[in-house]
Write a protein that binds this ligand. Structure first.
Ligand SMILES: Nc1nc2c(ncn2[C@@H]2O[C@H](COP(=O)(O)OP(=O)(O)OP(=O)(O)O)[C@@H](O)[C@H]2O)c(=O)[nH]1
Ligand SMILES: [Mg+2]
Length: 265
């Protein structure tokens, strides 16, 4: 963007350390999770200045593999990206955080990485820092220190000469092409496949007597099915969202996610 603000979006599974990273990079004190529970509920951001340039780091709720809620998180991230697109705000880089303190990458993490790749799209990979190695993306290490967090930000600053060229994520492009129909995006299709696999795996476990068919489990299976149908009905219009959110706040900043945008409008 010609406004000279560097905007980076941070994605990753719950507990990957997204909020911790943003706190270290910016000195913010956003709430950080404890053992295993998903922490960040809404999109929020931290801001800082590096080399006299303003940097906004977008913190997103992590997918937590609980099924239905992953659909809600995906829709929230999609809305934010659509509003960003509608307001002419660029995403200058994406950081996909992956924990390295675990002995191996779980199947669920691998699937979610697949989903992030579909949100971001191959053309954007040069502006992605990743925990694994898709072609063109850069692997950077955050060591839970202020220094390493700043180094990550500096990496993106180096990539984005000023004025920062505008780049779109695949999901943003596809939403424009599909007139806002979320279901017509690669990422939504990927999520639908994942949710379908999740219900089938629950069903197989129940049928084989490996888990008891409790009302709680049945409830989760039903919730996922409902969310899959719901995803097919969603239409996201970034411009409309911008207006609606603006009204809620009487023209002022409503949520932290929009704060990121309102500052540049
Ligand atoms: N050892 C170590 N612990 C970390 C690191 N980053 C985060 N943690 C810890 O991991 C836990 C979760 O960190 P968060 O920053 O809340 O993770 P998150 O990705 O924002 O999680 P959600 O908001 O649930 O999506 C916290 O207890 C952190 O202290 C790291 O680099 N090293
Ligand atoms: Mg968080």
């Amino acid at each position: 963007m010609s406004d000279g603000i560097l905007r980076l979006a941070v994605f990753g599974m719950t507990g990957a350390g997204k909020t911790s990273f943003i706190n270290k990079a910016t000195g913010a004190q956003l709430e950080v999770g404890g053992s295993g529970n998903s922490c960040t509920k809404d999109v929020q951001y931290g801001e800082t200045t590096v080399n006299a340039k303003k940097v906004l780091l977008l913190d997103t709720p992590g997918f937590d593999d609980s099924g239905g809620r992953d659909a809600d998180i995906f829709v929230e991230i999609s809305k934010w990206l659509a509003v960003a697109e509608a307001s002419g705000t660029s995403v200058d880089g994406v950081i996909i955080m992956q924990p390295i303190n675990k002995p191996r990458v779980t199947d669920s993490e691998q699937k979610k990485t697949q989903l992030f790749k579909k949100i971001v799209g191959g053309a954007f990979y040069p502006k992605v820092a990743f925990g694994d190695v898709p072609t063109g993306a850069k692997v950077l290490r955050f060591e839970n220190t202020e220094r390493s967090a700043r180094d990550v930000v500096l990496h993106f600053m180096g990539l984005n000469s000023n004025p920062y060229p505008r780049t779109r994520l695949l999901l943003q492009e596809e939403l424009v092409q599909a007139d806002g129909r979320l279901n017509d995006t690669s990422a939504c299709r990927e999520l639908d496949i994942m949710l379908g696999q999740k219900t089938r795996s629950f069903q197989v476990q129940i049928n084989q007597g490996r888990v008891a068919s409790t009302p709680e489990l049945q409830g989760r299976v039903n919730d996922i099915s409902k969310k899959r149908s719901w995803l097919k009905t969603i239409k996201i219009n970034g411009k409309d969202l911008l207006k609606t959110f603006g009204k809620w706040a009487g023209g002022a900043v409503v949520s932290t996610a929009l704060g990121l945008l309102c500052e540049v409008m």
